[in-house]
Design a protein around this ligand. Structure first.
Ligand code: NAP
Length: 454
């Protein structure tokens, strides 16, 4: 970029992986020609790396070292504890920035839409994950762990995380950065059986193989997969030909089928070809009625679960639906209700699905492409968006000065949490962790965070 070109002021909304990769790509693309405000609703950065990645998967969290380099970049300013829609509107952003990149993720969960889904004891995996990971919005979630059998619906990595957390002992989990309130409550768990339920077969799981394999190595739970449910049709085998992950998953599941139980305190079952149709219970869930399925080839070659007419009732006093996250609309920003994403073409926001570009607005991450892929997937996704942005004519903001944003935020009563604040809080949490032999002890309350760093 030419040094005489005016500095482009760009707001990135959301400081999860996609927001960080977008901010990084922006300064790499524009050099000193860009000045990025990375704006986040919560005080702390990193989004799902802090609030989604399982506490016993600390290695995955080390990706934050890369994000810290972005935070330290003088061209990037972190404004945590600032909420789009509350402290800043779309009109405000257009007045102060040349472009806005929405990287807000998919905060909600998908629902099954079956009777009894709202009974006590039935909840979403996303809420449970947020609760044990210290997300401030879920501090008071009621998780009735006085249960014998927990059913988890869905065969993706979130289901695996939930199963592992339910299966492990509090001694194992106590070595992690899991929320103290969750550790205390998990210590009271009476769960003996955990049943992961897939609507399709063992060749159609969404697990990543590394995560799946871990389920067969749990110190506190034996693994069970039924032989009759491991039978795979030629159509299924054909559909996964060349798909290394799905093929390996099938091998691992077949291995689980051979594994002999050793009398561990908990039992983890993976079941297939079952779709919940009703949650039963009087006030609290006591069972899940499932339709038994068979697989049917669709014209596009995919295999769909089709009910056979038979049913099976699984006893369960705790049920987690783990069937994917879902994006929610942002005030003033176009939204594709069907796909629950912001409609876009290569990251450029469109006014409707297949509609016209909206000048100056961009998207990255799950709110752009839906809730799929691992953390690293967001890097290529954000880079595509920034490449699109760099080739476009951007907005001409009335007042692009950073101080104008500061003044506006002050007038709206916002109390921004800066990169310097986060560095202090990070040191505080890590030191508290060292004292307990844990990676960190997370704070949850905003006032407590400001107090800890003052
Ligand atoms: P996911 O991978 O999309 O899995 C969702 C599961 O729900 C699928 O098995 C899907 O089955 C099933 N499902 C969807 N609708 C259903 C319905 N109506 N009835 C029954 N089952 C239904 O979603 P996720 O587990 O929430 O994970 C989200 C993303 O985060 C994924 O990309 C995942 O890999 C990633 N993640 C990664 C890690 C890690 O790397 N350690 C950890 C957590 C999450 P069908 O296939 O039949 O649709």
């Amino acid at each position: 970029m030419s040094s005489s070109a005016p500095v482009k002021r760009i707001a990135v909304i959301g400081a999860g992986p996609a927001g960080f990769y977008a901010a990084d790509a922006l300064v790499k693309t524009f050099g000193d020609g860009a000045s990025v405000d990375l704006i986040e609703r919560l005080p702390t950065p990193y989004g799902l790396v802090r609030f989604g990645v399982a506490p016993d998967h600390q290695k995955i969290k080390s990706v934050t070292r890369l994000y810290d380099r972005t935070l330290a970049d003088p061209r990037v300013r972190y404004l945590g504890n600032v909420e789009f829609g509350k402290h800043l509107t779309l009109e405000d952003l257009k007045r102060h920035y040349h472009a806005v990149v929405f990287a807000v993720g998919s905060p909600n969960d998908r629902r099954l839409g079956v009777a009894g889904e709202d009974l006590k004891g039935s909840m979403s995996a996303t809420e449970f994950v947020a609760w044990y990971n210290c997300h401030p919005d879920y501090r008071h979630l009621e998780v009735p762990l006085d249960a014998k059998t927990a059913v988890i619906v869905g065969v993706g990595n979130v289901a695996i995380d939930v199963a592992r957390v339910l299966a492990k002992t509090v001694t194992e989990l106590g070595e992690t950065d899991m929320a103290d309130h969750a550790l205390e409550h998990l210590a009271t768990s009476t769960i003996e059986d955990i049943i992961i339920v897939g609507r399709r077969g063992p060749a159609e799981t969404k697990f990543t193989t590394k995560e799946l394999r871990e389920l067969g190595e749990l110190a506190n739970a034996d693994i069970f997969v039924r032989e009759d449910e491991l039978e795979v049709s030629p159509e299924s085998l054909g559909a996964i030909q060349g798909d290394v992950n799905a093929t390996k998953n099938l091998e691992v599941l077949q291995g689980f089928g051979q594994q002999q139980p050793t009398g561990k305190p908990r039992r983890l079952h993976i079941r297939f070809l079952l779709s919940p149709t009703e949650f039963r219970g009087n006030g609290r869930v006591t069972s899940v009625v499932c339709a038994k399925n068979r697989l049917e080839a669709r014209p596009d070659g995919s295999l769909a679960a089709v009910p056979t007419g038979a049913t099976e009732e699984l006893e369960a006093d705790l049920v987690f639906r783990s069937i994917g996250y879902q994006g929610t609309p942002l005030p003033g920003v176009p939204f594709d209700e069907r796909r629950a994403v912001i409609p876009n073409a290569a990251g450029r926001v469109l006014d409707a699905p297949d509609g016209q570009p909206v000048k100056g607005l961009y998207v990255a991450g799950w709110i752009k492409r839906g809730p799929s892929g691992v953390i690293g997937t967001n890097k290529a996704c954000a880079m595509e968006t920034v490449a699109t942005l760099a080739g476009d004519e951007l907005l001409s903001p009335e007042d692009p000065r950073p101080e104008a944003v500061d003044a506006l935020l002050a007038s709206r009563g916002a109390r921004p949490f800066t990169a310097a604040h986060w560095a202090k809080l990070d040191a505080f949490e890590t030191a508290a962790g060292v004292a307990q032999g844990r990676p960190r002890v997370k704070l949850i309350d905003v006032d407590e965070m400001f107090a800890a760093i003052s």
